[in-house]
Design a protein around this ligand. Structure first.
Ligand code: ZN
Length: 305
C-alpha cells in the first residue's frame, strides 16, 4: 500500500461534516463524508482464527473476541456502522448483551463513531488510553491530535470509559488482551494484541492502529514554537508495531493490510495461507515509515499541506 493512497483515505474522510445531531445517545446521527458510504458497505462476518471474528464493514474494521466470560469488541466504525456490527455479532450466534468490553484503536469518527450506540445496546465498558478516553468522553479529538483542526471530526460521546495503561493486559475468561500505545496518527492511538487458539495451535493476533502521518493544515509533526516535535515518538510507535509477534494482522482500515484479497486467497486454498503471515506487521510498519519520512521531508521543505 503506497503512502499516497493512505493519505488520500484520511484527507477525504476529514473533508466530511457531521450531520446536525438531535440526541447522539438515542439517535446517533449518521456522519457524512466522501468515503463513508463506501466504508460502511456491509460485510458478512467470518472467523479470522480460533475465537476471533471479523464483524466489521467492508472498509472499517471491527473485531470480536469470544471468551468463556463474555465478548470483547474492538472498534465501532461510524455512528451508522453500529447496527451493522450488531447484526454481524448476532449472525454469528452471539448475544449483544454478552459484549463486556469495547476497546478502541483511535478516536476519529470512523472508528469511534459507533461505540456510544454499541455501549448503550450491550452495556459494555469502553476502554482506551488516557488521551483516547478523554476524546471518547467528549466526542471529538483531543487538542494535540494532528487532525484536531478538522472540525467535522465529531462523534457521539461515550459515557462509560475506563483507561488502560501502556502494556496493560486485560483478562476476560481465558483471553488476555494487551494494550500497546502507538501514538502518532493520534496521541492516544493504541494497538491491541492477544492469542487465539485452535486446538494446540495458538496464533498471535494483532489489531493494529493507523500509522498514517495525516494532519490538518498548520500541524507539524516536527513541532513548532507552540508544539513539541512528535516525530520521534511516531517512529518509535512504528518500530513497536514492526516488532510485535504477529501471525494474523487486522488493520483498522482492512484494505490497508489487504484483508479482502488475503481472505479470498485463503478461501481458494493458497499456500502459504496469506491470512497467517508472520511478516505482515513488519511490512505494514515499513509502509508507514516511508509515509512518515515523506511527510517529514515535506515539512522540512515547507511543502506539507
Ligand atoms: Zn484516523
Amino acid at each position: 500500500m503506497k503512502p499516497a493512497v493512505l493519505l488520500c483515505l484520511c484527507l477525504a474522510a476529514n473533508a466530511g461534516v457531521a450531520a446536525a445531531a438531535p440526541d447522539p445517545l438515542t439517535q446517533p446521527p449518521p456522519v457524512a463524508c466522501k468515503l463513508c458510504a463506501e466504508w460502511n458497505q456491509p460485510a458478512a462476518p467470518f472467523r479470522l482464527y480460533g475465537n476471533t471474528y471479523y464483524v466489521g464493514m467492508h472498509g472499517l474494521s471491527s473485531v470480536l473476541v469470544a471468551t468463556s466470560d463474555g465478548l470483547v469488541l474492538l472498534d465501532g466504525g461510524l455512528p451508522q456502522s453500529a447496527p451493522l456490527i450488531e447484526s454481524n455479532i448476532r449472525a454469528l450466534g452471539f448475544k449483544l448483551r454478552d459484549v463486556k468490553l469495547i476497546l478502541n484503536s483511535h478516536t476519529h469518527f470512523d472508528h469511534a463513531g459507533g461505540i456510544a450506540a454499541l455501549q448503550r445496546d450491550s452495556g459494555a465498558m469502553a476502554m482506551a488510553s488516557p488521551s483516547g478516553a478523554q476524546a471518547l468522553r467528549q466526542g471529538h479529538a483531543v487538542a494535540d491530535d494532528p487532525q484536531a483542526g478538522y472540525t467535522g471530526d465529531t462523534f457521539p460521546p461515550v459515557p462509560k470509559v475506563r483507561t488502560v495503561r501502556d502494556g496493560e493486559t486485560l483478562v476476560l475468561g481465558e483471553v488476555s488482551i494487551t494494550a500497546h500505545f502507538t501514538p502518532g496518527h493520534t496521541p492516544g492511538s493504541t494497538t491491541w494484541t492477544w492469542q487465539s487458539c485452535e486446538g494446540q495451535r495458538c496464533l498471535n493476533m494483532v489489531y493494529a492502529d493507523s500509522l498514517t502521518a495525516v494532519a490538518a493544515p498548520g500541524f507539524r509533526y516536527l513541532g513548532d514554537k507552540d508544539h513539541p516535535d512528535v516525530s520521534g515518538q511516531f517512529r518509535a510507535s512504528i518500530d513497536r508495531v514492526a516488532a510485535l509477534p504477529c501471525d494474523v494482522l487486522v488493520t483498522v482500515h482492512p484494505d490497508v493490510s489487504r484483508l479482502w484479497e488475503r481472505l479470498d486467497a485463503h478461501h481458494k486454498g493458497a499456500t502459504p495461507d496469506p491470512l497467517f503471515d508472520a511478516g505482515a506487521c513488519r511490512r505494514y510498519a515499513d509502509d508507514a515509515r516511508r509515509g512518515l519520512e515523506e511527510r517529514l521531508a515535506q515539512e522540512r521543505a515547507g511543502t506539507a499541506k
